[in-house]
Design a protein around this ligand. Structure first.
Ligand code: AVI
Length: 322
């Protein structure tokens, strides 16, 4: 029995184990211990993240999907024909299908993700579904400089798709550099279509990052499990607690793993000591007012061409132009 499988060629620039190890150790040796949130997304973590997106408490995914659906005619107009669509942190590419279905003859789609298995599965699926579109997946840590492959066909403008409010997982200064990089990519006549989570009642935010089923806690703790799996470490997961809270002054969710005891953990031959109550800071998720985000984009010389929100003003989608 032969199976017709559309072929996708993966450009693999995934961070090595040595990089992972050195970033983990560097973070855990700081006076305030941190771990980079990009490392949440191994095969396990990407799956848990997909489960988060289905949670009743986690409003961003479904809200953004509804906004995109509504805004589609306008988005189609802004993006135009023959586009090269570049998506950062594409994951399961769920929202992408909406775009590929409704844009005007898109020429190429370049999904970039740090999670190889997830990226490959999603790309295979898209290649079968959209034979007319060139699918060029890139496995990489996109916070590092990265040169994108040429699409085979000559194409029109480049549009960057950055949904989910992942821009909120950067501190504002990092978000600014990332926006600047996206601007350069879409010059001269492309754009950036991105999702931004909005400031709101802290209790809604608190619930979104402290779901009752404990999926977000499992997502956070999986980072320690991953370090155990890949770096020969011995974190006892029961000795750490997921702790997420909204800081209304900084306008961000802060996610931590708090040590429940004085304890020592080994990562290979490296010893890391924890005091009872000491946190490992694993993630920030900044929330913006529309004007705050427009000001940040303007600093990166990107102008808001149009912005869409849901009726409850929970989430926003922006089309930015250089
Ligand atoms: C990917 N990112 C936008 C998510 C967020 O909401 O900041 C990651 C996440 N962390 C906990 N739940 C979801």
């Amino acid at each position: 029995e032969t199976q017709q499988v559309a072929k996708v060629r993966l450009l693999d620039a995934a961070p090595t184990i040595a990089c992972f190890r050195s970033e983990v150790l560097e973070g855990l040796r700081q006076p305030i211990k941190t771990l980079p949130c990009k490392f949440f997304y191994d095969a396990e973590g990407s799956q848990i993240f997909d489960a988060i997106c289905e949670l009743a408490e986690y409003y961003p995914t479904r809200t953004e999907l509804a906004i995109l659906q509504q805004a589609m005619p306008a988005i189609r107009h802004w993006v135009g024909p023959d586009v090269r669509l570049v998506e950062y942190g594409s994951g399961a590419s769920r929202k992408t299908r909406l775009l590929l279905d409704q844009l005007e003859a898109p020429a190429a789609y370049l999904p970039i993700d740090i999670s190889r298995e997830h990226l490959l599965a999603a790309s295979q699926d898209l290649a079968e579904r959209y034979p007319a579109i060139e699918i060029l997946p890139i496995c990489a840590d996109y916070t590092q400089p990265l040169s994108l492959p040429q699409a085979q066909r000559s194409v029109g403008r480049t549009v960057v798709f950055y949904p989910g409010s992942t821009i909120g997982n950067f501190h504002p200064d990092e978000a600014l550099s990332f926006l600047t990089m996206m601007r350069e990519l879409c010059l001269p006549d492309g754009g950036v279509l991105l999702g931004v989570d909005l400031k709101k009642d802290p209790s809604l935010l608190h619930a979104a990052y402290n779901d009752t089923a404990g999926v977000t806690a499992a997502f956070n703790l999986n980072l320690l499990a991953r370090i155990n799996r890949e770096l020969d470490a011995n974190f006892a997961l029961a000795n750490f607690r997921h702790y997420a809270c909204y800081n209304p002054i900084q306008g961000r969710i802060e996610m931590h793993l708090v040590s429940l005891h004085d304890q020592t953990v080994w990562i290979g031959d490296q010893q890391i000591d924890f005091r009872r109550g000491e946190p490992i800071w694993t993630e920030c998720s900044y929330k913006y007012h529309l004007q705050e985000f427009a000001a940040l984009a303007a600093q990166a010389q990107l102008a808001v061409a149009e912005v869409w929100t849901d009726p409850q003003n929970l989430f926003s989608v922006h089309y930015l132009r250089p």
